[in-house]
Structure formats: C-alpha cells, structure tokens
Ligand binder design. Structure first.
Ligand code: B12
Length: 489
C-alpha cells in the first residue's frame, strides 16, 4: 500500500526551545520502518519545509495519510493539515498519532480525520493497513479512536505494551533531503536518537508517565550502538529520562567506546536525583562527546516551591546535580517553572538562586496544565475556550495573581537575567564568536528573535491575543476535558 506520513508545521515556534531546535520526525521514521518491513511504499514529508501537504498528496497519491501530533500546541494545525489532505485526496484514510494525540485525543475528533492511534505507531499502523487492505471492519483493529457512522468509538487496546526492539532502526533515509535543515542551536545537522521510552517517576506537570503508565522500555544495547554509529556527530537523545537504569547505561557507554563511537555534541534529558547519585556513570559517559549538554528540570528554587508540585526531588538534589555535572564539564541547561500564582518575593527568590548558583543558562517556563496531566484535568474549567497554539508554556492562560502587567514585567526580567539577553553579560558578539562564519546570519536571526522574550510587551500582547481569540472564535478554541475514552480520560 502507498502511505504518506506528514510532520506538520507546529504553527507556533515563537518561544522557548522552538526557535533554536528543529529536529527530525523520529516517531514517523520508526512508523515508516515498520511499514517498509511489511513491503509498503512510504514517503515522509516534513511540512516545516516546502512544499505543502496538498502538493505532497498530489505527488504521491497515497491510500493512507498519517499525521503526527507531538505537542498539544499543534492540535489546531494538525486538524488544518488533515483538512488540506482531505481536499487533495477525498478518499484517502487519514490517521493521526503521536504523544499529544494519544494523551488527549478529543481535540482531534474532527470530521476530516478517520482515526487516531492510541499507542505506539510501529504496532498500530501495520495492523490497520492490513485491515484496510482486506476491507475488514476497523472496530476490531487495536488501539484506535475511530470515527464511525455512530460517532467516535474506542477499539480494544494492544494485548501487550510493544517492545522497542520490534523495529530496531528508524528509516532515516526518508528524511535525507531535509538533513541539513535539522539543527539544535549551533549544531547542524543534528540527529535525534531514542534509546529508551517512558518514565517511572510521577511529576504532576508531565504527561509522559501518565501515558505510559510509569513504564520504562529500553532498546537493546546492540540496536542503540548501531544507531549511534550510523548517525552524525551531533546527537539529541529523545529519551524522556536518560541514565535511569545505571547498570544498563554503563554497559551502553562501554559498548559505544568498544565500537569507537565518539561525537562532537550530545544532549540528553535527565533528573537531578539520578545525576547526583550517579557521578561514576556520568564520568563514564563524558568522554563520548567533546561537548555534552544535559536538560534538567530544577522546577523551583526552594523546597517550599517544590512542595506545590509532585516531583520527588528537592533543592538539595538540584544543587548536587549541578555540582556533579559541572565537575565533569557537562553543560547544564536547567529549567525553572514560573507559577502564575506567584507573588513578587517568589520571583526574587528565583533570581537570587539563579545568581548564587550560576544557573544563567536556564530556561523559565510558565507552569502550564498540559493535556494528559492531572493538572490539566484540575484546571479544565479555567482553560475552556483557549486556543491550543498558546499551550507553549510561555503564554499566560489566565489572569495571574499579581495582575498581567506586573507579572509580565517580572517574567521578562527573569529572562533578562539569563544568558540569552544580549544586553547582559554575554553579548551578541560573544555568541557570534562561537560559530563558523557561515552560521553568523542564522545566529543573528535567532538571537534577535530571542530578545523579544526580555520584553514584558511580548507577553502582554500574547495574553491579549489569547483572550481575544478565546472570546471571538470558539470553533478554533480548546475543548476542555477528553471525552474520548483515551488514556487520559
Ligand atoms: C523532540 C522533542 C521536542 C523537540 C521538537 C521537535 C521539533 N520541533 O523539531 C523540541 C526540543 C523543539 C521540543 C520543544 C517543545 N516541547 Co517537546 N518533546 C520532544 C520529545 C523529548 C521527544 C519526541 C520524540 O521524538 N520521541 C521519540 C519518538 C520515537 O517517539 P514519538 O514521537 O512519541 O513517536 C511514537 C508515537 O508517538 C507514535 N507516533 C508519532 N507520530 C505518529 C504518527 C502516526 C500517524 C502514528 C500512527 C503514530 C505516531 O509512533 C511513534 C513510534 O512509536 C518529547 C517527549 C516524548 N516522550 O514525546 C517532548 C514533548 C513532546 N515536548 C513537550 C513540550 C512541553 C515541549 C515544549 C512546549 C517545551 C518548551 N519548554 O518550550 C516545546 C514546544 C515547541 C514548539 N513550539 O513546537 C511535551 C509535550 C506535552 C504536551 N502534552 O503537549 C513532551 C511530551 C515532553 C514532556 N515530558 O512533557 N520538543
């Protein structure tokens, strides 16, 4: 069967990591690998590059179109993409999958979409393709939210959670034409690798563990080594939690060394308590890359702040992790959460903490209830009517305790104290010194764009637009709750 897989443009790449990061659609590459193994013809089109969905559909004439939906902020854009596909191919079967689709599928229950995959694509899609091929009824095809003449129904779940080794390597060759466009800040091209999936912890602001029932699945060491060896020298590891299983992680580091796989840059995501407890493991990994960065959630500057969320790690662990990582020359890109309920003193506490511990490379995101979390279900009533594109952790979604004006001043001031402020300690010229001459125009563009985050007007304007959109156009606004019977219901 002829299948087209689409990675839509997210629609909102204004804040946070979005201006710096554009990475390959790894989920679609695994789905494609499963389909290729079944003898199907597959194209992956990344719509963040030209041409558009309609052109790809006319060019490839697919029987099935799969669209990925990674983030909640993409829901409306995914529906728009599905509409464009429907116009170009009225008879194609349109399927949506991906993290946000699985976590809360209600916003995707639109007439232009035929089904939503409620589990890993490599497992769901081959069975679906087989059923469509035979003309069998889809109501028995596992792990779907399906549009029927009687409305949306949920099909039985998968019999077991699939092993990640079902499909050992992603079909990266299908995005080869975009490779030079995939980048993470200074590193270009960049490769995305997954060594494990899920998380056994239970942070209240995160949708990952809820989706995978706190499971943690690992790829085999042989498959991961093969993937590292086959990819380029700048790697972002997509795992929700790196270094979670120390013995396996040590084995992986040793296997990479035996195979002489060394990189220029690696970025991983982990937890403060894991890092603070496993300095020997970090020592074993450090020689594997010239530069090695860690994304780390610090969340709050005090245990009092941390007590308002579930995180199961304290400030002691944050500081110990920073110490261990620094002593081994890892780059620490921490993240703090800013609560719209904050008073002035909470901001000052954060600024003092960042300055005292030299954490100016951190990011600062607004505590946002994301679909698929308990916090989303708690806040459902105040989120009604908001545009999905604004769920980017930088848009204010409701009136903060301090009032929008004062809150946005303090939020912008928080960013002004960060390394990204080119009027601060690290000037534009210092950023430019770090890049090759060819990268200078790109760097200037990104840094210019980032300066908007230092201005209160940026957030105030965004907040006014959020409120206007919610009041004016309920058709494109968030539907709260998830009546889909999916994992989050
Ligand atoms: C890579 C990544 C990014 C990249 C985005 C990629 C890009 N724009 O180029 C970057 C770093 C830029 C990013 C940014 C952000 N991200 Co992000 N990101 C991820 C991450 C770590 C990995 C995704 C991945 O590739 N996984 C590996 C692949 C193999 O798995 P997969 O994508 O899930 O695919 C499988 C299935 O989902 C399914 N599938 C996927 N697509 C399809 C399609 C079809 C048709 C089918 C059938 C199946 C299917 O099958 C695949 C194979 O099993 C996830 C964590 C996660 N667990 O999803 C967070 C995650 C998706 N991000 C998240 C968030 C919050 C953000 C930010 C808002 C963070 C911020 N502070 O700014 C921004 C938003 C950016 C924006 N404006 O667009 C949240 C989303 C929460 C939510 N409910 O919305 C996640 C879940 C992290 C978390 N723990 O909370 N992100």
């Amino acid at each position: 069967m002829n299948i087209l897989l689409l990675r839509p443009h997210p629609g909102n790449e204004q804040f946070g990591l979005a201006p710096f990061f554009r990475v390959e659609p790894l989920g679609l590459e695994y789905v494609a690998a499963a389909l290729l193994a079944g003898g199907h013809t597959v194209t992956i089109a990344d719509l963040r590059f030209r041409p558009d969905a309609g052109t790809w559909v006319r060019r490839t004439r697919p029987r099935i179109v799969g669209i990925s939906c990674l983030h909640a902020l993409e829901y409306d854009q995914v529906v728009e993409t599905a509409r464009a596909v429907r116009r170009a191919a009225p008879d194609a079967f349109i399927l949506v999958g991906g993290h946000a689709a699985m976590a809360c599928c209600g916003p995707l229950e639109d007439n232009c979409i035929d089904a939503i995959a409620m589990d890993d694509g490599e497992e769901v899609i081959p069975v679906l393709v087989g059923a469509l091929d035979r003309g069998a009824p889809l109501t028995e095809t596992p792990a779907l939210r399906l549009r029927t003449a009687d409305g949306w129904v949920t099909t039985p779940p998968l019999a077991a959670r699939p092993s990640l080794d079902l499909i050992p390597l992603p079909a990266r060759h299908l995005v080869a034409r975009h490779r030079s466009g995939y980048h993470c800040l200074l590193f270009k091209p960049v490769w995305l690798i997954e060594t494990a999936r899920g998380c056994p912890f239970r942070c209240s602001f995160c949708s990952v563990w809820q989706l995978y029932d706190r499971t943690y699945r690992e790829r085999s060491i042989a498959a991961v080594v093969e993937d590292f060896a086959a990819t380029g020298d700048a790697v972002f590891v997509a795992d929700d939690l790196f270094w979670n299983n120390p013995p396996r992680s040590l084995e992986l580091a040793n296997a990479l060394k035996r195979r002489s796989v060394y990189k220029r840059w690696i970025l991983v995501q982990s937890r403060t308590d894991l890092i603070s407890r496993n300095s020997e493991l970090l020592e074993a990994w450090r020689p594997l890359s010239k530069d090695f960065d860690i994304f780390l959630g610090f969340e709050f500057a005090s245990d009092r702040g941390l007590s308002g969320i579930t995180k199961d790690a304290g400030v002691k662990e944050s500081l110990a992790a920073a110490r261990v990582a620094r002593s081994l020359r890892y780059g620490i890109n921490g993240n703090f959460l800013i609560d719209p309920d904050w008073e002035e003193d909470d901001f000052r506490e954060l600024w003092d903490f960042v300055a005292a511990h030299g954490l100016q490379r951190s990011g600062f995101t607004l505590l946002t209830p994301l679909p698929g979390t308990d916090s989303y279900r708690e806040h459902a009533s105040r989120l009604e009517g908001l545009p999905w594109a604004d769920f980017d952790m930088h848009h204010l979604l409701w009136e903060p305790r301090l009032g929008a004006e004062r809150f946005c001043e303090l939020y912008a001031e928080t960013w002004r104290r960060s390394i990204l402020n080119t009027a601060g300690d690290k000037k534009l010229i210092d950023w430019l010194r770090q890049v090759r001459p060819l990268q200078i125009p790109y760097m200037i563009r990104v840094m210019r764009r980032t300066q908007a985050m230092m201005k209160p007007e940026t957030y105030l304007k965004a907040y006014a637009e959020t409120r206007n959109a919610a009041g004016r156009d309920p058709a494109t606004a968030a539907r709260t709750g998830c009546a889909c019977g999916g994992r989050s219901a």
